[in-house]
Ligand binder design. Structure first.
Ligand SMILES: C[S@@+](CC[C@H](N)C(=O)[O-])C[C@H]1O[C@@H](n2cnc3c(N)ncnc32)[C@H](O)[C@@H]1O
Length: 260
């Protein structure tokens, strides 16, 4: 193994408690258990203290900005490796949408998925709501090549290239806007929320899911709401329950306000 130096191998072999460095100097050995405890302590501090949480958040954003890009080959990797791991989240979102529509007795709803990526959420919703018309919208043409596999010839499932901040839909024309894992990529979230408020029918609803670690906090979302011409209380923020993965998510909720 790369990490083990010669001196280390020798000291493990003869059972001595310390490592011998290349220059023959004795160095204190950090046993595996100590290393694990130190990591655990750092992890606990990261979760329990405010500076720790802020640090973890900044680190996660930094990593995300470098890892997540949506041209090929990254789109293909996302579609084949990451999206299939999120099946449970997509099923939960589809169920949430079904509950919202049932409460409104809306049939044949028009649903838009912002930043649909390879389209797995669109598929999950279409399996739960057979009558709905669902449009997936995404900035990335290469993501949409993957999503396009799910399009139907009758137009019930459709995918379009577009910017969530400039939606190609009429005022008060959409029953439900959904989105998963896209909000933290939006350059101007306020512009997107203004667009969502414009296209939602009165009585419609937007459910925007994102990773708690990467997305906007409550006070940032209040600023976004004001910049979008809304009241801070118009956009709710709540943590999700459920399984290990869904617990990492928060959901933003906005009721349709537009006049028809
Ligand atoms: C991490 S992927 C999530 C894809 C999918 N929603 C999912 O849950 O698997 C983020 C997606 O948001 C898209 N995106 C980012 N900014 C966007 C914008 N302003 N308008 C539309 N799509 C956007 C990206 O192209 C990418 O496909």
């Amino acid at each position: 193994m790369k990490l083990l130096r010669r001196g280390t191998v020798d000291s493990i072999a003869d059972g001595s408690p310390s490592k011998v460095g290349r220059r023959g100097m004795r160095r204190p050995q950090m046993g595996f258990r100590r290393l694990l405890s130190a990591l655990l302590l750092v992890g606990v501090l990261a979760v329990l203290t405010r500076p720790g949480r802020l640090g973890a958040r900044a680190l996660a954003r930094w990593v995300d900005a470098r890892v997540e890009r949506f041209s090929e080959p990254e789109s293909g990797t996302y579609a084949r490796v990451l999206a299939p791991l999120l099946g449970r989240l997509y099923r939960q979102v589809a169920e949430d949408v079904a509950v919202e529509l049932a409460a409104r007795r809306t049939r044949r709803a028009t649903i838009v998925d912002l930043g649909c990526g390879p389209g797995d959420l669109v598929v999950a919703i279409s399996q739960r709501l057979r009558d709905a018309r669902i449009i997936g919208l995404d900035l990335s043409p290469s993501m949409l090549l993957w999503a396009g596999r799910h399009a139907t010839t009758d137009g019930r499932l459709k995918f379009v290239v577009g910017d969530a901040a400039d939606l190609p839909f009429g005022d008060a024309s959409v029953d439900v806007v959904v989105s998963t894992l896209s909000l933290h990529h939006w350059a101007e979230p306020a512009d997107v929320f203004a667009e969502i408020a414009r296209v939602l029918r009165s009585g419609g609803v937007a459910l925007i899911y994102d990773l708690d670690l990467l997305t906007l906090g409550s006070s940032q979302m209040a600023e976004v709401a004001i910049a979008a011409g809304l009241e801070p209380s118009d956009i709710g923020r709540e943590r999700l329950g459920g399984g290990l993965i869904t617990r990492l998510f928060v959901r933003f909720r906005l009721e349709g306000l537009a006049e028809e």
